[in-house]
Write a protein that binds this ligand. Structure first.
Ligand SMILES: *Cc1c(COP(=O)(O)O)cnc(C)c1O
Length: 386
């Protein structure tokens, strides 16, 4: 969670003084265009489109990619419900995939969950843990699938030198209050594909084709919804973007220090990471759920057992599990070519793992020596008692 302060306040004041609060209609491009330009440059992608939120960014990406009724979209069993709800919003259905010890999609289970109807994969870089993008890209190429990265919880994190979100066919980001860039509510889509970009712009601006969204793309018009970001969001985004890399560097340092201390424990192990050199997400894995519960109890501050943060576990996504649509005649499950299994047993491996795993926050706002002391106490306190 990034902090917001005086610089954001000043930037907002300048936009208010200018009187141009909306995205379109002003004389000048405004701060949103600057943000999109800078974000694209920093992330090494051709196009960035700022939108109202991360859920909308996922939906826009699916629309851009042409995913729709009859399609199945692979999503991890451990993520925020938005990842599973986004395919439903375009008429497709989510299919659950187990996570492995990296807390991200298990490539072996992706292969198991493929069907002739699979159209896309949404790998989620959960809690700053990055997915095995080499394996996922390979599977996608083999089976002709679209990859839409959900980088909402990992804005700025890197995988083998590349920013996550910028690796697949499209990437979705969230800038809500609990994410690495925080403007309250906000989001963005990135892509290198001109056609995806044109379709995302068209969709996010209710099909207002007169603004030139489809110019030069030879793409049929279609209506959309309104997911536009405001210039107020743009102003805050520019300030927050400048804070992103220094914050990530602080997290990286704390990860290195704390993981090296935690790895001395004889009772638990530091969870694996798909790019450990650049890791900014830390978790520890126990042999039993009881040990994980005891560890979380002993270290209340900044530590929690993942299964207890249950909103992010599929067994608690009732609106999805009940397989209902917004209207009885607008139910993606009635358009799906086969029955989809969301039973508790469908991703039992994920439940077992999350029950034995604790996440440890890196405390980037606190001094490094203090976080090192906390890590030492976690080891000595737990190893002594267990
Ligand atoms: C936050 C989040 C979203 C949605 O972002 P909003 O901006 O809240 O709509 C999607 N996926 C994941 C994994 C998230 O954490």
């Amino acid at each position: 969670m990034a902090r917001v302060g005086f610089a954001e306040w000043m930037a907002l004041g300048r936009v208010i003084a200018s009187g141009q609060l909306a995205r379109y209609g002003g004389q000048k491009p405004g701060p949103l265009v600057k943000f999109e330009h800078d974000f694209a440059a920093k992330f090494g992608v051709k196009h960035t489109l700022a939108v109202g939120n991360g859920t909308g960014a996922l939906i826009c990406s699916l629309v851009a990619a042409g995913v729709g009724p009859g399609d199945e979209v692979l999503v991890p069993a451990y993520t925020w419900i938005a990842t599973a709800a986004a395919p439903l919003a375009v008429g497709a259905v989510p299919v659950l995939v187990d996570v492995d010890e990296t807390l991200t999609m298990d490539p072996a289970d992706i292969v198991r969950k493929l069907s002739p109807h699979t159209k896309a994969i949404i790998p989620v870089h959960m809690a700053n843990m990055v997915c095995d993008m080499d394996a996922i890209t390979r599977i996608a190429e083999e089976h002709d699938l679209i990859v839409i990265e959900d980088a909402c919880q990992a804005v700025g994190a890197t995988y083998k030198g590349r920013r996550v979100g910028a690796i697949g066919n499209a990437g979705a980001f969230s800038f809500n209050q609990f994410k690495n860039i925080n403007i309250g509510e906000g989001g963005a889509i990135v892509t290198n594909d001109d056609r995806y970009f044109a379709r995302a712009r068209m969709y996010h601006d209710v099909g207002a084709v007169f603004r030139g969204h489809l110019d030069n793309y030879n793409e049929p018009h279609f209506p959309g919804v309104n997911l536009k970001a405001s210039q107020l969001q743009g102003a805050m985004l520019n300030v927050q973007l400048a804070k992103l890399d220094p914050m990530i560097e602080r997290m990286r340092k704390r990860y290195r220090k704390m993981s090296s201390i935690l790895s001395t424990s004889k009772k638990f192990r530091v969870g694996p990471h798909n790019d450990v050199e650049n890791a900014i997400g830390l978790h520890v894995i126990f042999d039993t759920a009881d040990e994980a519960i005891a560890f979380a109890k002993q270290n209340r501050r900044g530590v929690y057992r993942i299964l207890d943060s249950s909103r992010h576990v599929y067994t608690n996504w009732q609106p999805v599990l009940e397989q209902r649509g917004v209207h009885p005649h607008m139910n993606p499950y009635s358009w799906a070519p086969r029955k989809i299994d969301y039973s508790e047993g469908s991703c039992a491996k994920t439940l077992d793992l999350l029950g034995r795993t604790c996440r440890i926050t890196l405390g980037e706002q606190y001094p490094l020596p203090m976080m090192a002391v906390l890590a030492k106490r976690m080891v000595s306190g737990f190893d002594r008692l267990h």
